[in-house]
Design a protein around this ligand. Sequence first.
Ligand SMILES: [Zn+2]
Length: 388
Amino acid sequence: MAIKLQAKTEARIVPIRFERAVTGAPDAANPDIDDRGNVHTVPAMNSLAASDPIRGAIVGITKDQEITVKMVREDIDNNADLYVTSSDEQAVKIITPADGDKCSTGKDCKIKLKGGHFGGSTPKSAKVEIRFGAKDGPIIAQLSTYTFNRLLVFIQPHVVTVDDPSGSGGVAPTMNVTDVMTQVEALWASSGVKFITKPAQSFNIKLATANKMLWGEVNDVYAKKWVANTINVYIMQEIDGALGYGLSKDAHAGFGMTHPGVFMGMKSGAIDRSTETYWCANDLAHELGHFFTLWHPTDGSGSGWQRYETWSMRFLMHNYNYTGRAGAPQGVTEWPKFNDFGYGSYGTAPYRAGLVSIKNVRTGASAGRDGQCSTVRNYIAQGPSALY
Ligand SMILES: [Zn+2]
């Protein structure tokens, strides 16, 4: 069947594109895909040199891990005969469709991939190739893959009840640590980061105000309990001025803190997100990004914090937990659809997305806030004494 296209002066034809295979809660087997921009490089990571400019989308996979991605027939017939091959089976194998089988017909086809099994800690990059007409036919689309060594990171959650100076008034946070950590692990799995979460511990502490920790009281919490060689995550009812803090080993001393760590508040003003699993998971994963030295796309006062473009709004490290972009084409009730990042919404505000960017779309001035997978993997690979 012919495809009708209208072009005035120029039209870019995209026969095939790739999407996350599911929407909703993060899932390690259905990772987010970095499809921002077109031709960009991936910075050097773990002894693998920076890539040549890579066309199209990229997905991360861990050795021996199976993941599923969705191939979408865009400017091509839904019945077109398409085959899938790997440019390097040591790096990535095609599980479905099986060797010699065609992709299923229809707009979408799920493709199952498996990370290769190879030695050493240097990642391998390869291409998943979509071929037209035959399994050795012309390549009409590529999904790049990075196959990672698993990097282990330990987490110690603390459920903290903040009492007033007399030792009363504190209420224990009720967030389900296990459910939240399952989603946190899924968000970071696409970067090959594997969290080993120890059982949550609980303690009470006396601070100036019950159920709230001020920025100036962070060291009091550390003095009460801080465990070496792990990321200490403190879950509290409320923290001052934010929903979370993430203080890296590199940055904590500059903030006047005695240790690195991560803090999460359940409440802020009228908000109580104790039972909002994805919101908590996304925020904890974001604060862990800070712990791994990542920054927001921009920081600054007033409008410096607000970003509305698709380069940054796909980021786990986007500035805000959710967004309300101005100028939606329909009424306010349509905003979740207008701004759908695939992870659901809180009221009319879509939740922050979950992508740890692989490509370095942002270069030149103010560079260093993209290509975040490389930044994190290089940082963690320095070992526990640099990380914790
Ligand atoms: Zn942040």
